[in-house]
Design a protein around this ligand. Structure first.
Ligand code: ZN
Ligand code: ZN
Length: 428
């Protein structure tokens, strides 16, 4: 892409109320931030964004895999580039004290009334997508092809991508040659972007284990099969999966995040329930972790003298999030594009994390589409410096104190995303 274009574009995104870009993205961001909706409940959000995209001039399809929105711009022969943003908020009570902080409540799947917050920055993602949508619509002379904008619901519970794919995202609409997304970073300054080739985010599995026993009086343990002692043994043994089973060079996590059993000091219960989160990058490590859990659980039950009908039940939940693998060739192209549009100093290589992102699912459909997710810096410069100076940890994603420095982050996101799309359209 030539330099003149970058300069004129920089001017354009620095003045979001200019003639060409009519949508004030910061106002849109504040409105989205103040009105978060939980996963599977993104009705107002998806309607609002669908209207904006229709008004810009996109061909908009709603209710793709639930509340999903697909906006298409056919601009002649060429590549198809998909840009994704996610729409859902979290059941978190916001404590940021921003004047546009969310005070919204919703009913969660268990029927409880909960506060809601955009604590994962999806409000920034949506604002960036709209900014890129407007820029690329207004500058159709600079590119040719199909632009596919995807607003994904239910990312936080890992259902949106799967449901959109099932509902024909890659068959009803032009199939992308490239899938692109960004996620705000709670550790990178606003104005910067982070890139990473290869494994970037982890496979996420949730596992429920019901440890069964034969309850009775706490003073007569010999007449029982104690599921609490058995659970303690299982939990200790689970620690050996990462330390002794998986190759030290392969990242993996097994965390028991919840244990519930028993009612009283002197009653041995009939069962204990455990909830685990598992993380990995490769399918091999994922499968090995799961089969190790099944083996340990079964072996521990046998050692406790339980008969087969009392073996623990292991349930691998189907809300599985596949790891995000960033296509190295695509990341190489993105890095060059970002360096041109943002300046080399604002483009950093980042480390992989064991967090999960539903976006990985879009890169799993055969034949595999080159896919990449990059990180958008969102930390206010002064806050960042203060945290370094005073050794105060920055609020992480999902924290009730997470507040992106939205204006520079959105400007940077729109610049990075729009130029990356242009560069991909213009590849020979
Ligand atoms: Zn999140
Ligand atoms: Zn997120």
């Amino acid at each position: 892409m030539n330099k003149i274009l970058i300069v004129s574009f920089a001017l354009l995104v620095n003045n979001l109320n200019s003639e060409e870009n009519k949508i004030n993205l910061y106002e849109l961001y504040k409105e989205l931030h103040a009105n978060p909706e939980l996963s599977y409940q993104e009705i107002e959000t998806s309607n609002k964004l669908a209207v904006i995209l229709k008004n810009i001039g996109y061909e908009v399809t709603q209710n793709v895999g639930g509340n999903g929105v697909v906006a298409l711009l056919n601009n002649g022969e060429g590549k198809t580039v998909m840009l994704r943003a996610d729409m859902d908020g979290l059941p978190v009570e916001e404590k940021t004290r921003a004047d546009f902080a969310s005070k919204k409540k919703a009913i969660d799947p268990e029927g409880n009334e909960v506060f809601t917050m955009h604590a994962c920055g999806h409000d920034v993602h949506m604002s960036v997508l709209i900014g890129a949508a407007e820029f690329l619509f207004n500058n159709q002379s600079l590119w040719q092809g199909n632009l596919l904008l995807v607003l994904e619901p239910a990312e936080e519970v890992s259902g949106g991508a799967r449901n959109m794919i099932k509902d024909g995202l890659f068959t009803r609409f032009p199939r992308p040659d490239y899938n692109l997304a960004l996620h705000v970073s709670a550790s990178l300054q606003a104005g910067k972007v982070g890139y990473l080739p290869g494994w970037a985010m982890a496979n996420v599995d949730s596992v429920d284990i019901t440890v069964k026993g034969l309850g009775g009086h706490g003073a007569y343990p010999h007449t029982t099969k104690d599921p609490i002692v058995l659970s303690a043994n299982i939990i200790s043994q689970l620690q050996t999966i990462v330390s002794r089973q998986i190759a030290p060079t392969e990242p993996a996590v097994v965390t028991v995040g919840s244990i519930h059993g028993g009612t009283k000091h002197n009653v041995i219960p009939n069962e204990v329930k455990l909830q685990l989160t598992l993380r990995s990058y490769t399918d091999e490590v994922r499968n090995e972790t799961i089969s190790s859990i099944e083996r340990i659980v079964r072996g521990s039950a046998i050692a406790a003298g339980l008969s087969e009908e009392y073996y623990p039940i292991v349930e691998i939940k189907d809300e599985y999030t596949p790891a995000v693998y960033n296509n190295p060739d695509l990341v190489d192209k993105l890095q060059k594009s970002f360096s041109e549009s943002l300046g080399e100093n604002n483009v950093t290589k980042v480390s992989p994390v064991m967090g999960g992102e539903d976006f990985g699912m879009f890169g799993r459909v055969e034949p595999i589409i080159p896919t990449a997710l990059f990180w958008l810096g969102a930390v206010n410069e002064k806050v960042y410096e203060k945290s370094l100076r005073d050794d105060i940890p920055l609020p992480s994603l999902h924290s009730d104190l997470f507040l992106p420095d939205a204006e520079p982050a959105i400007n940077t996101g729109v610049t990075a995303m729009s130029n990356a799309a242009l560069d991909l359209f213009n590849l020979n």
